[in-house]
Design a protein around this ligand. Sequence first.
Ligand code: GDP
Length: 584
Amino acid sequence: MSKKRVYEIARELGVPSKELIQALAEMGMPGLKAVNTVDEEEAEVIRELFLEHKQAPAVEESEAQAQKLAPPKEKVEPEKPKTGAPRPPVVAVLGHIDHGKTTLLDTIRKTHVTQEEAGGITQSIGAYQAKVDGRLITFIDTPGHKAFTAMRARGAQVTDIAVLVVAADDGVMAQTLEAIDHIKAAGVPMIVAINKIDKPEANPDRVRQELAQLGYTPEDWGGDTIMVPVSALTGEGVQDLLEMILLVADMEDIRGDPKGELDAIVIESHMDTARGPVATVIVKNGTLRERDIIVVGTTWGRIRALVDYQGKRIKEAGPGTPVQILGLEDVPPAGERVELVKKPNQAKALVEERRRKALDARRVARPLMTFEDLLEAAEKKRLAVVLKAESMGALDAARLELGTIETEGVELDVLHAGVGPINESDVLLVASVEDAQPLVVGFGVKVDPKARRAADERGIPVRTYDIIYDLTQDIERAMRRLLGPEFVEVKVGEAEVLKTFDIDGVGRVAGCVVRSGRVVRGARVKVLRLGEEVFAGEIGSLKRFAQDVREVQAGRECGIRIRDYDQVQGGDILEIYTLEEVPA
Ligand code: GDP
């Protein structure tokens, strides 16, 4: 297929490159550079868009209008589709280093990926599809739990089934345990591939035993963990493993609807000097098409080309398909979700809003807390911790100590405890947990610079300790802080209701005189009638001479509207309280 530079297309069209690039950006294909190369089909898309742009130059205004009427939706988690047809399951391979993850993926690729006609450039896009008994399985090509958890770090779940590789000559090792914790946190079904059974010293039963001790009892021993002995090297058992994956996929009832709402997640991305930003996504539901306008986190673009795992251009990608996307303005991170929008302006507005929000979030260190926030915060009382220590002995000691911490109302969830320095995947693991305060702690270990960077980017606290007492004390403090500051009601004033007014569209307003202290808008109020409390609520509005005011002092008159309460009567006494924080 012949390739072209963007400036060559501009020359053919008889316009300066700058003008062509500008026009394409307005048509939803931003980020192109004059030196970028495109293939013939992409060039065709570019030519068409340019001609379209020339014919309809004044779309800006009406688009802005349309956008106002229909603001783009914020991210919503698409429901797991119950409709549609069974789609290829998405599988990730995890396990200890050197236990054979890469070899297994390579062998499956060699034996189960139908080679297209010779001459096609096979390139790795980060995922491929294997064909087993006429059905497809989508494999994520980057093994290991770091990649696995990075894909989940933004809350999206791309993997349907995890394959844990354990070498039969080595057994369960540190990263096996890590991988298990990551799979558990993701909540996806796990299949164990007991690998290297061709080796004379292989002892598959030892692996079964070690896993059983961890609570994963093999099926043939009466448990419910599927374990398949394989040799990634010779290919023995690999067909069985693949069939098991399909079986689990059937049990999980994994479906996708090509006509349904788009659910597509980035698994890998990079900047290609010739092609610009490139992202591989896996479509889980719905369909992605060439020329679709998409928003991916804080970047966007019009799809210039879709490339499949065999390097072929495709027009559309349906459920279960891994596909490379060309045409984004910027490189999105793994784990980001792809959203479809109708117009370039909608995409731009959404991206701009997100960038602004991200900036604001960094600027506003501590937002003002409303009472509702307080109640909400009270529901998230979980501290999600990854604990690392220098040795097994130190780890056991630290775990024992942590076990003794008890703070009523707060849960301590140790997602993973392991030996070795704090690494990036530790950070990603805690980052992937929702509804919990994340924390990574180390006992006598160092923090890998990449882990430090990942933590800084995500605002995740990472602390290391040399003294176990300091560690437990900090965890205890963090848990207590999660309970939120303690608040007490402090009485600040009292008012007497002189008469009441019923106002259309507002409700009952009490005309009062402040007898003592002060009345504060938004404060808590108790209504006393003949000395009995008849209602407790909040002051909705506070007025003096028809003016909204924040506060009214003793001796003055004012109008008080109590939120959601219209039964206030003349003669009632209103006690005013504010919530004040009790210093820890
Ligand atoms: P990874 O770190 O888990 O990706 O492991 P690799 O796939 O790179 O494999 C590590 C080493 O184990 C390599 O030298 C492989 O050739 C070897 N290996 C992998 N699978 C098998 C197997 O089934 N049998 C034997 N004998 N060697 C294997």
